[in-house]
Design a protein around this ligand. Sequence first.
Ligand code: CA
Length: 226
Amino acid sequence: MRLLLVEDEPDLAEVVRRGLEEEGYAVDISLDGEDGAWRATTMDYDIAVLDIMLPGVNGLEILRRMREAGRHAPVLLLTARDTVADRVLGLDLGADDYLVKPFAFSELTARLRALLRRGAKGSGGTLRHNDLEMDPARHVVTRAGRHVDLTAKEFQFLEVLIREPERVHTRTELIERVYDDEFDAMSNIVDVFVSRLRRKLNRCAGVKLLATVRGVGYRLAGGDHA
Ligand code: CA
């Protein structure tokens, strides 16, 4: 999951980034409103966390521009003051949730999971493909009922694939979904992840689930489309 964090307190931004990266998010930080607005309107994020009080363009304005630009990723607003006026304005502008500072990190991650779950395709939140099942909210993957132990990044890779199993995902696209923009896109990290995922998923008997589409990228195999 690729996440945009717009927060002008560098220490807080860094702490939140580190925590979220441990949870498997790819995090881009903007320390001011101008940069944040630019990112939010031109780049493709799965979710955004916007501080309201920012120098230059404030979080509410970023949200307004984001929606105007047709970007519908869920937005969580951070506010220092829990005022009804801010809350109402934010919701009117299309915010999905609010968190009042200071907040516990565990509360932030719980809210983010809830927002991503709400936006997830299909009902109940569980994603299925052949005998593979993924519960993004609980971070659990099973194959034929048996638990598959994945790292946070492996989980993210698989989630991108399983959400659109019929599509071929290019290496560049997979990197963009899973890493922040400081990542060296020339690396062969995708192939490394795919081979690790293959090993873990294919431990149980059954169809080989990860197909390489030569010269293009990867998709899930073994679905109705195959
Ligand atoms: Ca602030």
